[in-house]
Design a protein around this ligand. Structure first.
Ligand SMILES: *[C@@H]1O[C@H](CO)[C@@H](O)[C@H](O)[C@H]1NC(C)=O
Ligand SMILES: *[C@@H]1O[C@H](CO)[C@@H](O)[C@H](O)[C@H]1NC(C)=O
Ligand SMILES: *[C@@H]1O[C@H](CO)[C@@H](O)[C@H](O)[C@H]1NC(C)=O
Ligand SMILES: *[C@@H]1O[C@H](CO)[C@@H](O)[C@H](O)[C@H]1NC(C)=O
Ligand SMILES: *[C@@H]1O[C@H](CO)[C@@H](O)[C@H](O)[C@H]1NC(C)=O
Length: 332
């Protein structure tokens, strides 16, 4: 970054000149792992000694800014760091012809960006740039684009991706999450082949990933004890050396069919209990105090509020399950 600015400052000192730099193509498209040659031409050609030739080529994108070639007075300044070390070669032979040829090898998706060469000679300064788009061959596909499930069921969501990762899995990164208009919890996160445990969110303890099949290019997430709130989009994003890709499916979790029936059951049980209230009271209270056996039915018949309230509370307690079930249904 700094050196590019310095060069630009140096270049701005000599403004006039007849030097013209032109890139061969203004945009390049390539795939991961391919090799590519970027080419610029400049006129007039340098003198045979190259001693007055200065070239600075760099690449930049929102994430980085790297030097590809730094030719100072005809001598290449070796680059010691950055993503391109060992992956860029400049064809020295053709420099004298007024050509800059940069051979890039083993392209990565992160190499996408702008490529610019600044040239400074005794004739002046000039620059030109091109864009490079490196796309991955990685493709993620969800097996089923939508799933329908019932509350409390278990479900296996499945994605496949090609190409398969290498056997070590070290270059495999996976991020799976779910989202609806209320939340966006993480289901599964694999970083460089190692699972990052989830400490919070709705799916803690409810998701298991089948590690065995990851090597085969399959993501299988077992989600247990589904809830209606789990309805939403499920998305897995995969990042490997072959690129980045994602796909999603929709899951609709509905209340179990039987639930309305069990509510009906609870309802009838309820009515029944009300019908049998006196017997219930006798049994319940009879175990405590004999005197109450006489008092409570009497009070309730005469609608004494304090004793009736207590009785109602007891009834609710003994039917705790039924009360919870009804509450949940109402909340749905
Ligand atoms: C790169 O190429 C891919 C596939 O052709 C395209 O979808 C994407 O929009 C391109 N990206 C840029 C920044 O041009
Ligand atoms: C997913 O799709 C396959 C075939 O497309 C089908 O056999 C399978 O039953 C589906 N699974 C679910 C859970 O819907
Ligand atoms: C659902 O998954 C849980 C946890 O993996 C398991 O204990 C349970 O037996 C499963 N239930 C069914 C019906 O498969
Ligand atoms: C979920 O399934 C139920 C029952 O089949 C249906 O009525 C509802 O429209 C579905 N919801 C969504 C968002 O697809
Ligand atoms: C309710 O569940 C029982 C078993 O749990 C099953 O045999 C029955 O068919 C279900 N009824 C409905 C209407 O789904």
């Amino acid at each position: 970054m700094v050196s590019r600015f310095l060069l630009l400052m140096a270049l701005s000192v000599c403004v006039s000149g007849t030097l013209v730099v032109k890139v061969a193509h203004s945009s390049y498209q390539a795939e991961v792992d391919q090799d590519l040659t970027l080419e610029w031409t400049f006129t007039p050609r340098p003198d045979s000694s190259l001693q007055t030739l200065n070239i600075f080529c760099s690449m930049f994108n929102p994430q980085k800014d790297l030097v590809l070639l730094n030719l100072h007075k005809g001598v290449e300044v070796p680059q010691k760091e950055g993503d391109f070390v060992g992956r860029v070669q400049c064809d020295k032979e053709v420099l004298k012809e007024g050509q800059i040829r940069l051979h890039l090898s083993s392209l990565k998706t992160e190499d996408s960006g702008w490529y610019q060469c600044d040239v400074l000679t005794e004739y002046g300064k000039s620059l030109d740039r091109c864009s490079l788009n490196v796309t991955g061959t990685l493709v993620v596909k969800v097996t089923n684009s939508s799933y329908q499930a019932k509350v409390d069921q278990n479900l296996t969501l499945e994605w496949t991706f090609t190409p398969k990762p290498d056997s070590s899995l070290q270059t495999l990164n996976i991020f799976c999450d779910m989202f609806n208009n209320k939340k966006d919890p993480v289901l599964f996160h694999l970083h460089k082949g190692v699972e990052v445990p989830q400490k919070e969110g709705d799916f803690v303890g409810r998701v298991q990933c089948d590690k065995e099949v990851l090597k085969e290019g399959q993501i299988r997430l077992h989600v247990s004890s589904l809830r209606t709130e789990d309805s939403g989009w499920y998305q897995c994003e995969v990042l490997t050396e072959s690129g980045i890709s994602l796909d999603r499916c929709f899951l609709n979790v509905t209340a179990a069919k039987n639930q309305s029936r069990s509510e009906g059951e609870a309802e009838s049980l309820n009515t029944e209990m009300w019908g049998l209230k006196d017997i219930a009271i006798v049994i319940t209270v009879g175990t405590i105090v004999g005197a109450a056996l006489v008092c409570i039915p009497y009070c309730c018949i005469t609608r004494s509020p304090s004793v009736c309230d207590r009785r109602e509370k007891k009834r609710r307690k003994s039917n705790g399950i039924e009360v919870i079930t009804k509450t949940r249904l109402y909340h749905d």
